[in-house]
Write a new protein. Sequence first.
Length: 114
Amino acid sequence: MLKIDMEFRKGILFIRLCGKLNKYTVHQIDENVIPVILKHGLKFIVVNVDKLESIDSHGIETLIKLNELVSKWNGKTTLCSLNKYMKDSIYNTDLKNKYFETSNELTAIEVFKI
């Protein structure tokens, strides 16, 4: 199960994930998050994974897809609140070089300098 909480403030879309991001739940990102990004042409995204219990290769591919989407508009994606499990899960993937990492949402705002 995956819960998605989205909030838009200061020109940034904050996406808070809770639960499991895997092959059974990634469709929720495709159905709920990507249309919002496309509709509004959002360039700055913060994905808070503090309450994410697990992620598989499908979840990582989805995060890469989000990053590639905003990169088309010269945007940036920041992952925040990565725990050791999350860092280990993405260490050997294409995602590790495609995102900014911050300790929390407040410091993520500084990455964008908007």
